[in-house]
Design a protein around this ligand. Structure first.
Ligand SMILES: CC/C=C\C/C=C\C/C=C\C/C=C\C/C=C\CCCC(=O)SCCNC(=O)CCNC(=O)[C@H](O)C(C)(C)COP(=O)(O)OP(=O)(O)OC[C@H]1O[C@@H](n2cnc3c(N)ncnc32)[C@H](O)[C@@H]1OP(=O)(O)O
Ligand SMILES: Cc1cc2nc3c(=O)[nH]c(=O)nc-3n(C[C@H](O)[C@H](O)[C@H](O)COP(=O)(O)OP(=O)(O)OC[C@H]3O[C@@H](n4cnc5c(N)ncnc54)[C@H](O)[C@@H]3O)c2cc1C
Length: 699
């Protein structure tokens, strides 16, 4: 097996030198198997050999029986694509922060074109291509083309429209974006001002619009606009619009298009050409309206199909679901950097002058870091479950069963909100966990934060999305007495009466080790917060007014419900058969840490709703502290299990070999400021100043 195919996991004693290794420090050793790779969990000071994983030729072959069947089966694909990208100089990314916007963007185009060439040459499957794009690790127009333009046509186009447009899109003969947001309207999709007016005379639409989309690359867009026919409005629909000539890339007549300018951070999301688009009486053929939900006849009549009109929002549901899995990736990446560096970094230490303490051994470091590690696993599991839920709802929709659509909407909206907010905060926390060096661009964390943080806004502002969850929850509560049994993620509400009365049974710290106890505490908290909101709402004559007035409380209730989903899916995962000695036990510890840390952070909710007593809260905290000690010996193995190459991590602090300090020094010299010893500007500005002071001194 070549180094490009395998995963190095030889754990050997390495030299103990300040900051030159990643190590753990106590004495147990269990085998650990995660994401299909064999990893010995160790804490015997079992340090790994130096040398980045890409460079190593020695590989321990994985055995099939070591695999965790319940992980997505794509480990091999993912591993192969990661190495392919890491070994290709075109995909180099360590110079991004130094490039001007124009250079940066051109380089992104080069990478996208090169990736496409490799995809064709190597005849990569869709899964392989998607993994390759992931490891290239640079936001680009292709994300929107594959992630939104294609799904919009698939989900909202008729069969005939799919047959016409999809082959062109699959072969990249057209490149598309998703143009929905306007200058004045993003969250409020119904309020879009762009109109598509049907003109029966010429069988064409006309548009006036301002979108956020792709400013420099897309030849086509799915544009969302309010449909007007026969002088009447028929809601927002998607329309395929050609923006640029396929010959010379010039905008078509009536179209003004460009980039909206630099965004947050250097490098970061500026590889993406978010754009401005104006239509001035642009005309498109009638059959370019996506007509799965509603058809417009040649005469301009609207014919509603049997699918619910919410399907027009279907692409957003799809993307929100992918964003939850992406949250786990971004979080695990930041946690991998912070954990490895925390094992390398030493500060203070024994009074007798021995070696200083690894900062990972400080309880404060553990209490900040390990809940984030637990969250990375929790989000991975909930992301897998959400993928399943999405596939399930898609299959049902095809069979004209629309019953689970509201739940799918609530789950994707709520979990997108919960996981992206937590991940953005966590990346920043990881930066702080790395002390001063975390602020260096070469730590990889500032760029990761800048690239990631818009996920809290795009694809639905996180608060707006939680309000959607709250609406769904209030509807569920209001139907409790009507005999309609809540199902799926709200099934626990069927036990509302019991949960409103229940008393937590914890008497000693270990009682918090029972999954049923944890689940019940989270269920009781969510139900009580939802019912309290519903009761407050019922006091308003106008429910919409009440909803606005109580929106902050409703958001809290929605968060409680979404956290319950994550906790319960983690617990469900652990009920499955998990091969590998000690693996289940480690995941159980992470599960408890995830849940008990949330409990600790949201203690106000649990205490004020009477779900637990102050004494039980204090026992939970005691227990949480003891769990950190159990994670500590395996912390490095738990982040190695994410199987990230050094190229993908893009962090000097997170290097696999732990060789942080020499590499930090090396990186510093690469900065263009160090190209010359005396800086440009010395003669103009510094020298005259110094001379002036000299003259003044002489005077
Ligand atoms: C080779 C490479 C391969 C692959 C690449 C793969 C993947 C890449 C994937 C993706 C790319 C990822 C990231 C790219 C980065 C950035 C992309 C960002 C793109 C965007 O931002 S696009 C714009 C997104 N915009 C929004 O999200 C707007 C948010 N607003 C809304 O969603 C809605 O307007 C609203 C829900 C907030 C309110 O809408 P409304 O006013 O119409 O709704 P009501 O509150 O009145 O509700 C009416 C009714 O409808 C229900 N509802 C609402 N939304 C949905 C939905 N989405 N699905 C189902 N049902 C929905 C709601 O519950 C109400 O129901 P009720 O029963 O009547 O109560
Ligand atoms: C990097 C990036 C990429 C993007 N890519 C695309 C793309 O490809 N295609 C596309 O069409 N769009 C895209 N967008 C736009 C994005 O989808 C919107 O910005 C997003 O949906 C938020 O809408 P908004 O900007 O109108 O926010 P606003 O709704 O104006 O939000 C502003 C504030 O108002 C609050 N608020 C709004 N409504 C309510 C309410 N009802 N109750 C309480 N509070 C409320 C919000 O919580 C927020 O605090 C992108 C945005 C970014 C940042």
């Amino acid at each position: 097996m070549s180094s490009a195919q395998g995963f190095l996991n030889d754990w050997v004693e390495s030299r103990v030198g300040l900051g030159s290794n990643i190590s753990n420090s106590r004495n147990t050793s269990v085998s650990y198997n995660i994401k299909g790779c064999w990893i010995p969990l160790t804490d015997n000071g079992g340090r790994r050999s130096l040398g980045s994983r890409e460079e190593q030729g020695s590989v321990r072959c994985r055995r099939d029986e070591d695999r965790l069947g319940w992980f997505p089966p794509h480990f091999d694909v993912s591993d192969r694509m990661a190495r392919l990208v890491a070994s290709d100089p075109v995909f180099r990314k360590d110079n991004r922060a130094m490039l001007s916007r124009k250079e940066l963007f051109k380089n992104t185009l080069r990478k996208a074109a090169h990736a496409w060439k490799r995809i064709i040459e190597l005849r990569l499957s869709e899964e392989e291509a998607s993994e390759m794009r992931f490891y290239v690790d640079e936001p680009a127009f292709t994300d929107l083309h594959w992630g939104m333009f294609v799904p919009a046509i698939k989900g909202q186009g008729t069969e005939e429209q799919q047959q016409k447009w999809l082959p062109l899109a699959y072969k990249m003969q057209i490149i598309g974006c998703y143009a929905q947001t306007e200058l004045g309207h993003g969250s409020n999709v119904q309020g879009l001002e762009t109109t598509a007016t049907f003109d029966p005379e010429s069988d064409e639409f006309s548009f006036i619009w301002w979108p956020g989309g792709l400013g420099k690359v897309s030849t086509h867009a799915v544009v969302y606009a309010r449909l007007i026919t026969e002088g009447q409005e028929h809601g927002v629909h998607g329309f395929i619009v050609q923006l640029r000539s396929l010959d010379d890339h010039m905008p078509l007549p009536g179209i003004t298009v460009g980039d909206i300018g630099m965004k947050f951070g250097t490098g970061a999301y500026n590889t993406m050409d978010n754009g401005v688009l104006r239509f001035d009486n642009v005309r498109i053929p009638r059959n370019q309206m996506l007509m799965r939900v509603m058809r417009v006849t040649r005469e301009g009549k609207c014919v509603q199909s049997n699918v619910p009109r919410q399907l027009i929002y279907g692409t957003m549901v799809y993307v929100r679901q992918t964003i939850v899995s992406d949250a786990s990736s971004a979080l695990s990446r930041a946690v991998c950097i912070a954990t490895r560096y925390s094992a390398v970094r030493r500060q203070f230490g024994p009074q007798d002058g021995g070696v200083e303490t690894q900062v990972i051994d400080y309880k404060t470091q553990q209490s900040r870091l390990f809940p984030l590690l637990a969250s990375a696993y929790a989000f991975r599991f909930v992301g897998e479950w959400l993928k399943w839920l999405y596939l399930d709802v898609t299959q049902r929709l095809q069979a004209n069963d629309f019953s689970t659509l509201p739940e799918a909407h609530a789950c994707t909206a709520g979990l997108k909100s919960l996981t992206t907010s937590a991940t953005a905060d966590a990346i920043e926390e990881c930066r702080k966990l790395c002390g001063g060096h975390g602020y260096l661009s070469s730590s990889g964390l500032p760029e990761l934060f800048a690239v990631y943080v818009p996920a809290c806004t795009y694809e639905g502002d996180n608060v707006v999305l939680l309000l959607q969850v709250a609406r769904f929850l209030m509807k569920t509560v209001s139907q409790l007495g009507s005999g309609k049994k809540p199902v799926g993620t709200t099934a626990y509400m069927a036990r509302a009466e019991d949960l409103l009365q229940s008393r937590c049974s914890v008497q000693k710290a270990e009682d918090w080790l029972k999954p049923s106890v944890i689940l019940e505490a989270f269920e009781a908290r969510a139900v009580r917060m939802c019912v309290a909101c519903a009761q407050s709402l019922s006091k308003f004559q106008n429910p919409e007014e009440g909803f606005l007035e109580l929106s902050a409380d409703l958001v809290e209730a929605a968060i409680a419900h979404c956290q319950l989903i994550v906790v319960s899916k983690f617990i469900e995962k652990l009920q499955q058969d998990i091969p590998g000695k000690g693996v289940k036990q480690q995941l159980q510890i992470l599960c408890y840490i995830y849940a008990l840390n949330l409990l600790h952070k949201h203690l106000g909710d649990f205490l004020s709703t009477g779900c637990i007593t102050p004494k039980q809260a204090s026992l939970a905290n005691d227990h949480l502290r003891s769990l950190y000690s159990k994670v500590r010996p395996n912390a490095i193995a738990l982040v190695d299990a994410f199987n990230y190459t050094d190229h993908f991590l893009g962090s000097v602090l997170g290097r696999y070999d732990g060789n942080v300090y020499p590499k930090l020094y090396e990186e510093a010299w690469k900065d263009p400021l160090n190209d010359s010893v005396v800086p440009d500007g010395y003669q103009e500005y510094i020298r005259p100043m110094l001379k002036q002071q000299l003259r003044n001194a002489r005077l």
